[in-house]
Design a protein around this ligand. Structure first.
Ligand SMILES: [Cu+2]
Length: 510
């Protein structure tokens, strides 16, 4: 059978059938014991689990019998972040989860073709949390709606849950490279080359934006204890929120849209990607299925939606700009754009060079913080020369702002980043200088120093090519240093201990 995942806002009502059946499936999984591999909490722990945090949030009690060691080692703490496995691992995770819900739905007499809805917060007026998730009640008024989550606080941590669309974007959709670099240049559409990676420092393009930002904006933080995340804000609790699955279905949909974008974008052909980490002696991706057996899969099995048994009701291009748009903005002729894209389907992507960095680490506490990035004159001139040459057959450099080794305790932290603001300027008056929004999804875990974690924190990569080009055209790029301003979305509490190790700017040539 072919299953079609539908837009949660367009199913024909707040409690349209697919949503109602989803809720019944969630309720059934929640009723199972933690030790059962197809239980709700077991599936959450497949993404990640921090027992202390789960206890604090009321999702684990000391009297819960644990699953067998074999099950824990096979299934738990699998999620792939900061890795080129981010998309294929999550595709398998969502597929297996959906199969478990469908098995319950059909057993209860529901539709055999039930499929998971997705939440496309980008579509006009679809940015609010879908109503069935926002109410503590079932449609009949009963108060134990399993889709409702107390610990879901929204962007202002006031319980109003929505995705502010000015804080998310689809810029990654125009990145022609699946695989990126971890050295300061583009992290690619899909992420950087890693082994089994439960929490890598550099997130891929689509993973950072919109994925991470939506996590943090929906989850928010507990206003009474900002160190306690909303479930969605932390990878160790995100899988416990029923909205997680609709968010990930949308990210999964965007992967397919990216692949179909003309000229067709391509997944990695590297055997290490196709065959997955199990092939190099690391953990195998494995999910518990409704029949009681584990299902093992490799990224190569996940790459082609045409070979899987589901699709989406809408795969129209989601990106505001098509690949090549950037070149046209720089004045390259359509013929040149075509020539470059034809030759450059698999670009080297390795030509990365540091332009400059700030001095010392930056502590973010309360409101705004700023720093200054000194620029190397020679490297800066290379960038301006490449912009001038863009009308000919070379592609202009791309320029990336890096927030390196961001550490802290509160994953619900989010901030906006501005580049090149004049002294004393109000950031809100300069949207054209906004490099982007970052959400610190995974920062707590990435800051731990224990046998599983190196404590290096997260590194955020924001493309600032357009800003630098505009500065260049306005004769404002011929400067020794660029100011970088960090503007928290919500005040950052002192005890969140957020620091940015270094702020740097890199150029990347083709
Ligand atoms: Cu996620």
């Amino acid at each position: 059978m072919q299953y079609t995942r539908g837009n949660v806002w367009e199913l024909g009502g707040d409690w349209a059938d697919p949503i109602l059946w989803y809720a019944r499936g969630v309720a059934a999984m929640k009723a199972r014991k933690l030790a059962e591999p197809t239980s709700w909490r077991f599936y959450g722990a497949i993404h990640g689990i921090d027992p202390g945090l789960w206890q604090q949030l009321g999702y684990l009690s000391l009297s819960d019998p644990m699953p067998s060691n074999a099950d824990v080692q096979r299934f738990w703490k699998q999620c792939q972040h900061g890795s080129w496995y981010f998309l294929p691992w999550h595709r398998g995770y969502v597929l297996a989860f959906e199969a478990n819900i469908r098995a319950i739905v059909t057993k209860l007499g529901g539709p055999a073709d039930w499929a998971l809805p997705y939440w496309n917060y980008f579509k006009p007026n679809q940015y609010p949390l879908p109503p069935a998730f926002a109410s503590p009640n079932w449609p009949d008024g009963q108060g134990d709606n399993p889709l409702f989550v107390q610990q879901r606080y929204g962007p202002q941590s006031d319980g109003n849950v929505y995705v502010p669309v000015d804080q998310i974007n689809l810029d990654a959709m125009t990145d022609p490279d699946f695989t990126g670099v971890a050295s300061g240049g583009s992290p690619g559409f899909g992420g950087v080359d890693t082994g089994f990676e439960h929490g890598g420092p550099v997130h891929g393009g689509i993973e950072s934006q919109p994925h991470d930002n939506v996590h943090g904006l929906v989850g928010g933080g507990d206003p009474d204890n900002p160190q306690l995340p909303g479930l969605m804000s932390d990878p160790d609790t995100a899988g416990l929120d029923p909205i997680f699955w609709l968010h990930h279905a949308n990210i999964d949909r965007l992967w397919e849209v990216w692949q179909q974008n003309p000229p067709a974008n391509v997944d990695p052909t590297d055997p290490n990607w196709i065959n997955g980490p199990g092939n190099i002696g690391e953990r195998v991706f494995s999910m518990p299925m409704p029949n009681g057996n584990p299902w093992d899969y490799i990224p190569g099995d996940m790459a082609d939606l045409g070979k899987l048994d589901y699709t989406y009701d809408d795969l129209s291009p989601a990106a505001p700009a098509q690949p090549g748009q950037r070149l046209l903005q720089f004045g390259a002729s359509p013929e040149v754009v075509k020539a470059i894209q034809g030759a450059g389907a698999v670009p080297s992507g390795k030509n990365v060079e540091l332009m400059g960095a700030n001095q010392g680490s930056l502590r973010i506490s309360g409101g705004e913080a700023g720093t200054s990035v000194q620029l190397d004159t020679g490297v800066r001139r290379k960038v301006t020369a490449s912009f001038a040459a863009a009308a000919e057959a070379t592609e202009p450099d791309r320029v990336f702002l890096n927030l390196e080794n961001v550490r802290g305790l509160a994953d619900s932290t989010a901030f906006q980043v501005y580049v090149g603001l004049p002294q004393g300027a109000n950031p809100a008056d300069h949207p054209e200088l906004r490099a982007g929004s970052v959400a610190l999804f995974g920062v707590r875990k990435a800051s731990l120093t224990d046998d599983e974690h190196a404590g290096k924190g997260l590194t955020f990569v924001l493309e600032i090519t357009k800003i630098v080009d505009a500065l260049h055209l306005g004769n404002a790029f011929d400067v020794g240093a660029l100011d970088v301003r960090i503007v928290p979305v919500r005040p950052v509490p002192e005890n969140a201990q957020i620091t940015i190790g270094r702020v740097s700017i890199f150029r990347q040539g083709r």
